[in-house]
Ligand binder design. Sequence first.
Ligand code: GLC
Length: 716
Amino acid sequence: MKVYKIGDNILKYRFGTPFPTDAVVKAGEGIEKDSIDYFQIEEKEELKLLYKMAPKDIVFGLGENQRGINKRGGKYISFCSDDPNHTPGKRSLYGAHNFIIIDGMENFGVFIDHPGKVVFDIGFNHKDYLEITIENKNFDLYIIEGNSPREIVSSFLNIIGEGYVPPKWAFGYQQSRWSYPDAEKVEEIADKFIENNIPCDAIYLDIDYMEDYKNFTVSEERFPNFKEFVEKMKDKGFRLIPIIDAGVKIEDGYEIHEEGVEKGYFCVDSEGEPFVAAVWPGKVHFPDFLNRESRLWFGKKYGKLIDCGIEGFWNDMNEPAIFYTNRGIEQAIEEAKNAEGKNLNIDSFFGLKDEFRNISNNIEDYKSFYHNIEGKLVNHYDVHNLYGYNMTRSADEGFKKISPNKRFLLISRSSYIGMHRHSGIWTGDNHSWWEHILLNIKMMPSLNMCGFLYSGADTGGFSDDANGELAVRWTQFSIFTPLFRNHSAKGTRHQEPFAFDEESNSIMKEAIKLRYGLIPYIYSEYMKAIINKDIYFAPISFEYNDEYSRRVEDQLLVGDSLMISPIYEENSRGRYIWLPEDMLLWKAKDYSERKYEIVEKGHRYLDIDIDEIPIFIRKNKVLVLGKHANTVDDIDNEELVVIAFAEDKASYTYYDDDGRSLDYRDGIYSKIIIEIEKREDDYQINVENHGNKDIKRLKLEIVDREGKVTKKTINI
Ligand code: GLC
């Protein structure tokens, strides 16, 4: 074991010869040390790290996973999985995010940098023990110390590098469905948004836009003159976001297939032939994204669609999902033949059933193909969790070659720590279930801790049918998530706001308009979090350390100023909340109508009508609010409403930039610093403008401890 020190508070323990994942961007200095802090090690066939948790310890992290914000009580398996049924017992979803924080008697973070299978048993087998099992003994273990979970997260974000920033328009509302199958339907949807006056910035193209599900092709029949169509839609205010899948269809004459085979860009089987699996188009090869050359080759192909005016993509099925292989089908048929005419008992019948059920995404298949890493063949199974990450890295690297300073929208389904430098993620195939709104709420801070700030769920739910109330309540939560996309599966009820009854449509519309009004705050908080290596969504215990706050799982901090308490139960017209301090409540309905009330610290029951979104402004904090428009580009930025809950003073730093380029990385952005201080019966206001040329007026609404509102206008 070698030990390295990174900064003052991070130690990296290197076991064996780990596969380079590129998750961490900071190297350390070697030091002399022969024992591991905090953990006991058990070494058998696998390596096990053991830690005895104190009764009140909380374990945060693990990004995309089931269960609570506090991960205690569960067992989680990091193995990127194409599993559309996110039921509570599931141990693997699409991402592998091996970072946890222990917060209690001792405070430290742990990151297992290993691209194969890792199991986190957090008090499942034995309630007091954290057991981390790493199947392969070549890995890096990082231990990060800090005084608080926030400090630990920040140190972690610092070593995994600066997060992805999408273009500003990608903070607008986005409408998706599997599928809007042709240009006519896409335009009809766009026109309905316009007719209904509902803001929307993007419409997604699911697999049916392609010719026979072939990546980087467009069906001539369904989308004739694609380039002109993209332009036309942009003129109407909508960007089109096509899907790209991991598998490349095997077909003579299909350029990507032929080139890939010829140049050896695909993963190979044990005979050295391109590995064959089946996904949407039938038989496919998988590009070897772990190989640099293949990655560069595939990344450049995005240019075909970028040349048509496309500015965003979603990378899918990149765990990679395998519907079947010949091996799986043959084995199942063999079993079926053996069973023919027999009197099957409990074991043989269920065995037969499982044989068919396990045809898809079978471990045997993942073990039967290889990546070519600098001339050496590496079995896919050992590096499985890096596949989606590197597909998405390939796209990002392609974008940087095509248009080096332009921001593209990019989201991926599968991910690994470090991918957050290249793209955001959506949380995959959820259901139109109330339970999945709650899961979405709990997952957001965990994803943030692992670096994935630009993320969100399929609002309204992917599988199953949503009713109006579920769509309304989910939308009311999603207006706070940086990625705000409504998506639904084939065969389910349509989920656009206007697909529901008049009342639901109108409430969703008001919520979406409010989202556009909140963009100045959301974007400012998002960007400050990226630049300062901080998070956007946090559990309330990250700021309030009382015993109740430490247990709250369904209220979140959004940026530095807000706390939210979403509704996630059907027929509910209110809920219990815990207020760790007095806060200012705005039950937002229509964003131009603002009524405030002070809610005092304590356990409260809050009435929340179907059209209300409770937004709490924390003590001495500020919310900035802009105007809505039908697209982000059309927002009129001249005036900013500044709502302050100022017991004695409050301040806010408003961040903005061009929203399109990567210039912010060179420090090219503007700031307006607003300081409010109470003076007897009035307030002293200090405003410093550092380079903002858009905003001309600040309209202040300052609320004091008694609820008195003082209004002021400041020209800048
Ligand atoms: C996968 C994706 C889903 C998409 C569907 C068809 O299930 O997760 O979002 O709509 O494939 O492409």
